[in-house]
Design a protein around this ligand. Sequence first.
Ligand code: CMC
Length: 400
Amino acid sequence: MSTVQVPEIKKGLEGVYFTVSNVSAINGQEGRLVYRGIPIEALAEHSSFEETSFLLIEGRLPRRDELETFVQTLRRNMDVPGQVIDALKKLPRSTHPMDALRFGVSALVGFDAEVMDPREGLALMGKDEEARRAYWEKGKRMGIRLIAKFPTLVAAWHRIRQGLPVVDPLPDLSHAGNFLYMMFGEKPTPTAERVMDVALILHAAHGMNASTFTAIVIASTAVDMYSAIAGAIGALKGPLHGGANQLVLAQLREIQARGGVSRVEEWLEELLSRKGRVMGFGHRVYKAYDPRARILKKWAGELAKEKERELYEIAVKLEEINIQKLGEKGIFPNVDFYSGLVYGALGIPTEFFTPIFAVARVSGWVADVLEYWKENRLIRPRAWYSDQVWDRPYVPIDER
Ligand code: CMC
């Protein structure tokens, strides 16, 4: 009998490098994040979401004229066809905004004038440099159109759900400002627009996270950008990934209902005793404080008014006690811990927190797919067949 060599299995692909990417990088030990080498703190302070998206996609900061052209391209492409809005209106109102967004992205593909013949993707694998470049450029244009339309889709679903008219974007507002304008039907205050802009910058890219990897896996089959992005939205929805931000606020509210700050420790001990997870804490790569959380904590503190003040204080206490308990395991607040408080202060409904993550992360997805397409290789790993049975008899249905 031959002995079978069991391969090493890397559950969750932890620590596995499958490609090279210079789009964004995390130093998990030191709690550092860079986009194209630029620290996230500098981008959050000086950049805009539009400029950051250019940086991620093109690999460098734009000149003034390039930025203006990019901004105009985004604005020109923010509109969503009426038929897609009508299709959204047919969804049950209970549909989660992430599902509505995924549906909207899938519906948009047929309205894209550059919609691809599936054979076009083969250019990525061929020797014809020009054809490969043309496919890549087309993918980039599609990606930028998607970045432009995400806020419109998300805001449209918010309005439809409330039985309110859908609001068209305004040409003179920023990407972040337009998102808030389309959500609420009135121009945001400069503070609200800036905070949203910072939140979008902070969420735009983050190494090889699950949704970016999903986008790349799909894109590696040489398919169109829409398919890759629709898949990534599905991955982002999960509570271990982007879905955590919505749950953080639910946890804080639960503690508030139990009596507030004085009950934090008791609540936490109970949760940890049943191996529960504090949402907005811990990360596969960071074993230190997430630099994005530090920036959002500052904003959350500044924005928290009377009603939310208590939630903010509960969050700060929870952070303090949780770090005492779990910090030595490398478990610290991640980006989601304070983002919900910030969005809540802007009046955004909880279910729309994860879609905001998507409005931002679509830039990173597009940038990473384009980077991967420069040297595309079908992603096709293996799963170990531990049964090692190769001749189990097929039993007819009546004999089972
Ligand atoms: N609360 C309590 N314990 C935790 C937590 C947490 N949030 N996160 C990890 N642990 C513990 C876990 O129970 C395990 O303990 P033990 O070794 O005693 O069994 C240990 O830490 C390692 O956990 P793991 O699940 O193997 O670690 P991971 O690398 O798979 O975890 C994670 C990453 C994000 C899935 C996890 O930290 C988690 O579930 N966090 C809560 C959800 C969350 O906030 N997600 C947002 C992630 S950041 C935004 C994004 O990128 O999407």
